[in-house]
Design a protein around this ligand. Structure first.
Ligand code: AMP
Length: 175
């Protein structure tokens, strides 16, 4: 399946100069979500995974479906103030702003092997903060998987620097 042709590009959203890669058009295509989930599962067949963790909000779509496919639990990483129990939090820079993410302090048992999932990696700020949160919570991050990478923004390299195994299904480069 040609994923890049299913992803719509919206220029100057949410800020001037940003080429926003809109995965809602991919989600509309029958079988595309299943294709993405199956491709990630296939890539990680040799990896023992205890939990999938997804980043709010688009990471929930792919991450929860992947957790279902793998038969493992799902840990949501959320925007501030959304999780009801005690949390750990990280602030970070985004391609277009600054943000904070949180995780439930008790979501992960020490040594759990966690696969991190999001729709897209750009600068890697969000995913790097998520990796740090998962590690602080006691998890071992066994992989970071994305549907889309924007390699020119250096996000995947940043995660490799953190010692992560990084994988994505399609990319938009040269912008
Ligand atoms: P970053 O922290 O820079 O890697 O940004 C990743 C997060 O921001 C992901 O959750 C993406 O959904 C979103 N994001 C950043 N840049 C874009 C973009 N150009 N198009 C679509 N989503 C983006």
């Amino acid at each position: 399946m040609k994923l890049d042709t299913l992803i719509r590009t919206i220029s100057n959203y949410p800020k001037p100069g940003i080429e926003f890669r809109d995965i809602t058009t991919l989600l509309l295509e029958p079988g595309a979500l299943a294709y993405c989930v199956d491709a990630v599962a296939e890539h990680r067949t040799e990896t023992k995974i205890d939990l999938v963790s997804g980043i709010e909000a688009r990471g929930f779509i792919f991450g929860a479906a992947l957790a279902y496919k793998l038969g493992v639990g799902f840990v949501p990483i959320r925007k501030p103030g959304k999780l009801p129990a005690e949390t750990l939090e990280r602030e970070f820079d985004l391609e277009y702003g600054r943000d904070t993410i949180e995780i439930h302090r008790d979501a992960i048992a020490n040594g759990d092997r966690v696969l991190l999932v999001d729709d897209l990696i750009a600068t890697g700020g969000t995913a790097a903060a998520a990796v740090e949160l998962l590690r602080e919570a006691g998890g071992e991050v066994v992989g970071c998987d994305f549907v889309v990478s924007l390699p020119d923004l250096g996000g995947a390299d940043r995660l490799v620097q953190l010692g992560c195994s990084v994988h994505w299904l399609t990319e938009f480069a040269g912008e």
